[in-house]
Design a binder for this molecule. Structure first.
Ligand SMILES: [Zn+2]
Length: 221
């Protein structure tokens, strides 16, 4: 069977099963465990549209009757997961036309299932993000902060909470509809500096898409 689970959906399922694991371990009452399981099952199915019977069977968690089954179930699911399409160096340069001498990340990474491609170019002090929005690669070049504080931040993309050294406030360079005019738009958001771990946590792309639409001044259909 073809891959039918998006990386962010996979992350969502993993998060759900983490909750299920908690229910198994903390609830003595079997009825509560069953109710929790049914609720989690619905949440998983609801995150998909137009599932075939076969796909529903793959996503069926009723066979998980012990916390020890969870790891195996997740490993099994991995074969049906897909990430963003592969991107070439020239496509990256096209997304970031304005950035000269851009450092290109390692594109032959073993774990190619990612929601978005993100990397830091220290030379220009920017976090670069590329995402496949409706079949087209779009990106944002985000300036990194120059100062460090002791704040605890929440990543806008994956909701992870962490110190400033892990999650920083970045400001993407926005495209404006009037390049001749100085219509500078100021947007900022907190985001994980390690895109790889962020990619393993992100369960929804809504905020990422909204940011990219705003930064790139994309007209909504
Ligand atoms: Zn994150």
């Amino acid at each position: 069977m073809d891959s039918f689970i998006k990386k962010q959906q996979f992350n969502f399922i993993k998060k759900c099963l983490f909750d299920l694991n908690g229910a198994f371990r903390n609830c003595i009452d079997a009825n509560i465990v069953d109710t929790t399981k049914a609720c989690i099952q619905n949440k998983i199915y609801d995150y998909f549209t137009d599932l075939t019977e076969e796909q529903r069977t793959i996503l069926d968690i009723s066979k998980i009757t012990d916390p020890l089954h969870i790891d195996g179930y997740i490993k099994d699911l991995d074969q049906y997961v897909y990430g963003m399409p592969t991107i070439t160096a020239s496509q990256i340069n096209k997304v970031f036309k304005k950035e000269k001498k851009l450092k290109i990340p390692n594109l032959n990474d073993e774990d190619s299932k990612i929601v978005y491609l993100g990397w830091i170019d220290e030379a220009i002090r920017k976090l670069l993000i590329i995402y496949n929005l409706d079949g087209k690669f779009v990106g944002m070049a985000c300036r990194l902060p120059s100062t460090n504080s002791n704040n605890t931040n929440i990543c806008t993309l994956c909701n992870h909470v962490g110190p400033e050294s892990e999650i920083a406030f970045v400001s993407p360079i926005c495209k404006t509809s009037n390049p001749g005019l100085d219509s500078y738009k100021s947007i900022g958001f907190h985001v994980c500096l390690d895109s790889k771990t962020c990619n393993d946590r992100i369960t929804s792309t809504e905020k990422l898409e909204n940011l990219l639409i705003e930064v790139n001044n994309i007209k909504k259909k």
